[in-house]
Design a protein around this ligand. Sequence first.
Ligand code: AMP
Ligand code: GLY
Length: 423
Amino acid sequence: MKVLILGSGGREHALALAVKRNPEVETLYVAPGNPGIGEIATLAPLDIADHAAVAAFARTQGIDFVIVGPEAPLVAGIVDDLARVGVKAFGPSRAAAQLEGSKGYTKQLCAEANIPTARWGRFRMYEAALAYVRANGAPIVVKADGLAAGKGVIVAETLAEAEAALKRVFDGEFGAAGSSVVIEEKLVGEEASFFALCDGERAVALGSAQDHKRAYDGDQGPNTGGMGAYSPAPVMTPEMEARVMDEIVRPALVGMAARGAPFVGVLFAGLMIGPEGPKLIEFNTRFGDPETQVLLPRIEDDLLELLIAAAEGRLSEEPVKLSPETALTVVMAAKGYPEAPEKGSGIHGLDKAGALAGVVVTHAGTAKKGGRLVASGGRVLNVTAVGTSAAEAQKRAYEAVKQIEAPGLFYRRDIGWRAIARG
Ligand code: AMP
Ligand code: GLY
């Protein structure tokens, strides 16, 4: 079988490692990939925003199955565009990817399907938005409606902050994503991410994870794509997972089918677990990054088989076998991330780090320059370790981080603190 993965981050490196475990895979292509992925797969230098180029490549190479990593091509309809030329792909259609592409769309679905979520309003006009904020008071959450790479959310603790946030959205700081604004009640509780594999009708749990969104230790500093994660998230007990499947995932599948946009792919629920139970913060319609780096090492069933079954609408509702171990990943990012990451600094010692027991190093923003490995983007490396507890996985991951000589990178030193504090 020939498989093509689209994307170039740590998520896609982790996907590539998992897909390679299937003995039926004769060739694995990753487009555009990165130097780390290039060690285990064939890189295809494609612009994945160019759907015609991806479709032509898939046709000429005889690709049997495409796995789409990031959200942008999904929201732009790459799965539909590939289907049109007879290429099977894993991920939601353009219509179903609206669950991630538009916060207002998801909020509407929550209302129709009775999915627990924060109270909200959506506004196209500044004056109406301002009136809503003033009527509801702070704390309150202001969000650009469209895709804003995780940066379009402002949790305002005071009315002044909320009003400033509205100005930023309506002044065009988030571009087209901010042509309308969603304003929400601030939820309280503990955040967790939950992943379900869906075939349009059925869903199975792939596990839970906890991300660390802030750049610096102690959850300080600006929001990022994610500075580290672990799986499972202790707050997601078996009982809580069952509630999330029944109260959030399955109603969403029924609602999407009723809208004529059955959801096929990974439904990634960002949750707040509070006193009344789980509430939905947002859906993503893909694997998370860095959550995938900690989910996949725990999946004991064949990932590729599961993804193909989902794409073909024949998912079994047998629970996916998950290892009881904890996986934890530390993101090493270029100094200056997220605002202005420095490029070009050297990276050494990955072999030493990867040789430690239970450790895997995946690449994100790396490049080869004159035979040297250098940083080329915001998040550069993920150092992932598996252990019998969060504390053990954390210890192993940081031991591996210490083996890496990369003076141009920084990382958080407290990934996993919440799980470890629970004991
Ligand atoms: P989102 O991009 O919607 O996931 O939001 C980014 C982050 O903002 C979330 O991970 C939460 O930490 C926070 N957030 C978003 N919406 C809410 C809410 N209604 N209440 C509390 N925190 C929120
Ligand atoms: N780590 C958050 C995300 O992938 O959206």
